[in-house]
Design a protein around this ligand. Structure first.
Ligand code: GCU
Length: 704
């Protein structure tokens, strides 16, 4: 069966394909732009414009000579200011005298500009548009694939993957379907993603060899992605000098170890000159790391940074370091504290090309977590914020859960309160005093607004996410989970985009061929806008997290992790529930935040309801800011959440006939499972707290 075109169906190119387009510029990515235009024209009857004749669309490098008149007019006119400092990927978009113009200094900018025109569709060829610069806020916008070459006996091929096998690896080798890899690169380029890591952060024996004798496979992937401006990175095992190099140690300060990494890295660049760099999970969940040699994580990261530096590469060093062999009887150890405790003291010790990759929350991609305090604690370190597009803890691509609203909250969080920089600015590396420039509007909401994407592609570490893609025909298992992948790229480019407007873009492109798009759009918004909150309502309450089945993490198991070594507890007893992370009486975690949050979170009175049980252990009768008690809130939200899941399914039932029947059926099948699972969550969580607390539901509903 055919692979679904996701957000680039042929119809999305109708506006361009039916017009006369002139592309001026040289280089691989300019060729890609030409090919895209040619492909669209072949479908819709447009074509290349005669360089001397009229054109509807001009895409030109500023260095092209002679410039087409419409582009030259932009350069000479009011567009000149906008053209300053476009960088490697930026572009200016304008429409004047009936010509739509994209100008860029580098060919990647032309490609991003082309996809901007694709998003606009017919609107790109309507009213005049003042010249407007668009640059990515984040310099690096990266997806990590947790893909293995081999099929892991427990995890399957893609760790935490819910979309079939890997698109890169098949039957123990590089995939034979490189066209699929290229199609993936094309989809990603249209969102703005420009980097990808092709193997799991847990680097097993086979995959370790990608660094050396199987490097050719990585090079082949890089060849497919390069025309779309995407650079390839590799997860490496810290103990590679032992496993692959035959050395007796992997000590980062050992001269032989350093020489091995330098030589190995040199070979990587000889094979893949534009290789991006390494991703490392060290001293984490059993992976080897510098602790074995009594070295710091700065020593470890810097060793790899030094090997990469001569070639312009970076190391993404993950901050997900904690004790996963904890004793639940020990109340003083708090997993949430771990990343800060390990890394904050190392601020200022990392090389410029070492990027510390921090999960957005202190635990592990839960449905609701506070923002990680590490993000505010390391002003002299390049930080990348890591999100999880794959829905490990948010419904595993069986439940509808549009995550952009969550990411948007994270990116807009200001660790130092209203006057400080927000998380997006920290990841961008904006200036100390202000934030990155206004990130403007999504195309769907453009309506003549003059706001640009803003941002400067600053020196920060950027945004990284775990991909949700597999060899599934819809790419992401649940077709609606495609929207999360799309939104990640768009938010990494422009973190202040409105999640609803991004969803509009995604709907407009993906369903460009559907009949009654207005009705379909309304239905999808009703299903997706609030789906994260719906999921939150029927799962673990008030920020306490987990309560999932151990191992695979799907479905409810309130006490599943309660007495395990993983450090993920809720401490429910007959009187109350929640984790005391205060300075006054708990683990002291609140002290890792700057003011005002260290105070806000410290007191149950000021702590936001949605995070109450993350920070506090409270009695069931504790009254929330909402006016409800904790236990009544649990009952109410669980009944409401399961009901909303059922409403979501009803809405989709009414959309039958508006979309491709295969896609409709796949979504329907997933919704049936979501409704079943939501009821299971509701019943287990409610029954658990009724039995623990003995407090009946104020509304007398049936609790089992
Ligand atoms: C989670 C996830 C693991 C993954 C880990 C990581 O714990 O369950 O499968 O390896 O995160 O981010 O490294």
């Amino acid at each position: 069966t055919d692979v679904h075109p996701a957000w680039l169906p042929p119809e999305a190119f109708r506006a361009i394909g039916s017009r006369r387009t002139l592309v001026r510029g040289d280089g691989l990515l300019a060729e890609t732009v030409r090919e895209e235009v040619a492909r669209a024209s072949a479908l819709y009857g447009g074509g290349p414009a005669d360089p001397a004749g009229p054109a509807d669309l001009v895409l030109a490098l500023t260095t092209a000579t002679p410039l087409p008149p419409a582009a030259q007019a932009l350069l000479d006119g009011p567009g000149a200011d906008e053209l300053a400092g476009l960088g490697d990927e930026g572009y200016v978009l304008a429409r004047h005298d009936g010509v739509t113009v994209v100008l860029a200094d580098a060919a990647a900018g032309l490609l991003h500009g082309l996809f901007h025109v694709v998003r606009l569709g017919e609107r790109a060829f309507g009213a005049a548009r003042p010249a407007q610069a668009h640059r990515p806020a984040m310099r690096r916008r990266m997806l990590d694939h947790w893909d293995n070459i081999d099929v892991h006996p427990v995890m399957g091929q893609v760790e935490r993957g819910y979309s079939g096998g890997s698109i890169f690896w098949r039957d123990g080798a590089l995939t034979g379907d490189l066209a699929r890899v290229r199609a993936y690169g094309r989809l990603l380029a249209a969102t703005g993603v420009n980097a990808i890591s092709v193997n799991n952060v847990n680097v097993h024996a086979t995959e370790a060899h990608l660094l050396t004798d199987r490097l050719g496979d990585v090079a082949a992937i890089a060849d497919e992605l390069r025309p779309y401006g995407i650079r390839v990175h590799l997860s490496v095992n810290f103990a590679s000098p032992i496993a692959l190099g035959g050395l007796s140690t992997a000590d980062p300060l050992d001269a032989d170890v350093r020489a091995w990494w330098a030589a190995t890295t040199e070979r990587v660049y000889a094979t893949i000159p534009d290789f991006g760099g390494y991703v490392v999970k060290a001293d984490s969940e059993g992976q080897p790391g510098p602790f074995a040699y009594e070295r710091t994580h700065a020593d470890g990261a810097n060793m790899l940074a030094d090997a990469l530096a001569p070639h312009g590469g970076v190391v993404h060093w993950r901050a997900f370091v904690y004790n996963h062999r904890q004793d639940w009887r020990d109340r003083s150890t708090d997993r949430a504290r771990a990343a800060f405790d390990h890394f904050a003291p190392l601020d200022g010790q990392f090389r410029d090309n070492a990027i510390l990759q921090v999960k957005h929350g202190p635990l592990d991609f839960q449905t609701r977590e506070p923002v990680s305090p590490v993000i505010a604690a390391m002003p002299s370190t390049r930080l990348a914020v890591e999100l999880q597009v794959t829905q490990e803890y948010t419904g595993q691509q069986r439940h509808v859960c549009y995550l952009a609203p969550m990411w948007s909250e994270v990116l807009g969080f200001r660790p130092w309160g209203p006057d400080g920089r927000d998380v997006a600015a920290l990841a961008t590396g904006g200036t100390a005093d202000g934030s990155v420039a206004d990130s403007g509007t999504a195309d769907g909401a453009l309506a003549g607004s003059g706001a640009a994407d803003g941002g400067a592609g600053g020196p920060g570490g950027g945004l990284v996410a775990v991909s949700n893609v597999g060899d599934d025909r819809f790419w992401t298992g649940h077709p609606l989970a495609q929207a999360n992948l799309y939104a990640f790229g768009r938010l990494a480019w422009a973190p202040r985009l409105d999640p609803g407007a991004v969803l509009d873009e995604w709907i407009g492109l993906t369903f460009a061929a559907s009949r009654d798009r207005a009705a379909l759009g309304r239905t999808l918004h009703e299903m997706m806008d609030g789906s994260w909150h719906t999921y939150e309502r029927y799962t673990a309450p008030l920020g306490v997290g987990f309560m999932v089945r151990p191992g695979h993490h799907y479905g409810p198991d309130v006490d599943g992790y309660e007495y395990t070594p993983w450090g993920t507890y809720h401490f429910a007893d007959r009187d109350g529930v929640g984790v005391d992370r205060t300075r006054a009486t708990g683990t002291g975690y609140t002290g890792q935040y700057p003011e005002p949050w260290s105070e806000v979170y410290e007191s149950p009175e000021s702590c936001p309801d949605e995070l109450l049980l993350f920070f506090h252990h409270v009695p069931y009768g504790h009254v929330l800011q909402s006016g409800s008690t904790v236990v009544q809130h649990i009952y109410d939200t669980h009944f409401a959440g399961a009901e909303q899941a059922a409403e979501t399914r009803l809405r989709w039932q009414k959309a039958e006939g508006l979309v491709d029947p295969a896609l409709w059926a796949r979504v329907k099948e997933r919704l049936d499972e979501q409704v079943r699972s939501a009821e299971e969550w509701r019943d287990q969580v409610n029954a658990y707290f009724l039995r623990k607390s003995g407090v009946p539901d104020a509304h007398g509903r049936r609790i089992h």
